[in-house]
Design a binder for this molecule. Sequence first.
Ligand code: ADP
Ligand code: MG
Length: 703
Amino acid sequence: MKDSPTILSSPIEYLKGVGPLRGDLLKKELEIFTFEDLLHHFPHRHIDKTKVSKINMINYQTDFIQIAGVLQQFDIVGEKRAKRLVAYLKDDTGAVELTWFQGINWVQKNLVPGQKYLVFGRTGFFNGRPQMVHPEIEPFVLAKADGKDYLEPVYPATEKLKARGLNGRQLAKLTFQLFSQIKPTDIPENIPDAIFKKLQLMNRYEAFSNLHFPVSQEAYQLALRRLKFEEFFIAQIRLNLVRLQRHHSSKGVVFEKVGDLFNDFYNHHLPFELTGAQKRVIREIRTDTGRGHQMNRLLQGDVGSGKTIVALLSMLLAADNGYQSCMMAPTEILAQQHYNGLKQLLKDMPVEIALLTGSIKGKERKRILNGLLDDSIHFVVGTHAVIEDVVQFKNLGLVIVDEQHRFGVAQRARLWEKAAVPPHVLVMTATPIPRTLAMTAYGDLDYSVMDELPPGRQPITTVHRNEMARASVMEFVRTEINKGRQAYFIYPLIEESEKLSYEDLMQGYEQVKSFFPEPTYRISMVHGRQSAEEKETNMQRFVQHDTHIMVSTTVIEVGVNVPNATVMVIESSEKFGLSQLHQLRGRVGRGSEKSFCILLTGSKVSKDAKERINTMCATNDGFKIAEKDLELRGPGDIEGTRQSGELNFKVASIVNDKDLLELAKTTAEQCCEEDPTLDMAKNLLLKKYLRSQKGKNAWSRIS
Ligand code: ADP
Ligand code: MG
């Protein structure tokens, strides 16, 4: 069935008042190609002409304000980059300085001193006087005197559009025109009736209409709620369909039994009692892998929550059912460490495990490759690059990707090619992902959370110290080392090209050495410019307690496990992101001794950096930290999230609209569970809508 085009798909130039020239501009500047695109170009705010503040009300707490007054003469002050146009706006209570750094000519040409203007913007203070930089400004017209709210939409427009006479106000006119050309049936409902009624949503046409031209504040809020819900709901429906479809269509290896290997290990070789969370996740994995469809599971567990043992038990489960497993780590250090750890745990078990990294060459490499082909090697641990490229398995059943939730769909697909039936995939990450982000960006995966640490861990004490306090920090480190503990000193990342930070690191190394002279103290150093062997040697010396101190860049960020290390000093900690600081800190507090993390900074620290550091000092909870990170940086920038369009909600925000997101998620799940193909009559409108949106985003292309 093909959908017939609606008026909303008409090219924008056909809208009365647009025409070819303006049409071109709208396409180029705002990507508005059709009537529908204009409908979705939402005002970023509304002017309530009845709410005008007086200038003397501006104080240090004022954020955005709307004022009206007479524009005074222009003046150009400053030079070069500081060159700016200023003019005072005066009302009967005072004056505020308006400032423009750009578009000076345009402003001078179009604004007339002596006229009264309505001005909106953020206020600040400059030399103790109130100031507004690049305010929104338009000639003042008296508000309607009917006592009602009068909310005029203000649309985002570019400088270029403004220069060609298509300012925010003109866009309002065009949108108004659009509404006069369409009927309510042109914006049909897309949410199933029962849901619509139960949640008391505003209908779709009304919602669009009120988002642009609200009849009242209340109507605007209802419109907003409806459209936010719709955005989340549609996205959740898509994610659910992708997930369900994968469950139905993709065959999977079946791990039907728990056999001798698993049981023997569990009953006789497990070095500790599993935490409740570990047990739960293993059950989830068991259910997943026994069902006959491929598992795609994201396992989130805070640093130190014990993901490795979960991985090992899953691998034993695979082996019990005659399948091989591979475990991929992001770095050689980590691969090596996993290998050592697993080998130790498996020493009395009849399974063969091998390590495969770039530095394993020649005969040994050949032996491993052959072993994987003839199934005499059951588990292989390595770096992804290596395993993805060259390795062929006899019967790969399980792939574990450690510390890499960025591991994408394409990469996974490459692994599937290695087997007739795709292996199960377990992606493990210690970068907690806020629930809202997990629900949107990873909603197509099944996910497990390990929110419990093994017993006996003491919380890490984190403090912030100024560089001036370095000597006392060093003394503190010395007392820990003298107690038999070990310490990390971390420096910001060294890029191959970054000469400066390399010098910083070397200087830091010398400095640490001067406080901790040989032969009493021994120091390891690891950084990105070293060869794999060099890194490994230095790492091993630290692991074996041959050295007391590890000076390192962030290459040790993930996974490294040295339980005897109890102090971490992070240099220039203001340069690190929150989740990175949390990851780094996770390298200490891994044993039974009390651990400490000292965040060193210079004396000048930006507001954001200060907030990151305070957050670190206040909590050890990775999920709280992730929430804060999301709040500070917004979803687009969160490290390790997929950079595609899934998070581009137009009206809704995963930071501010959590409750609506939860609601949309549960509602969508119920809907898809009941009717996974959306063929029931009551879901017809929804299905029709989804089909009409095909090709507009990545998810519809997958499904
Ligand atoms: P991560 O989740 O950060 O990868 P690991 O798997 O490296 O954590 O485990 C961290 C440490 O905790 C290891 O030394 C491990 O042996 C230990 N551990 C894991 N699970 C438990 C448990 N249930 N009880 C006690 N110690 C545990
Ligand atoms: Mg780990």
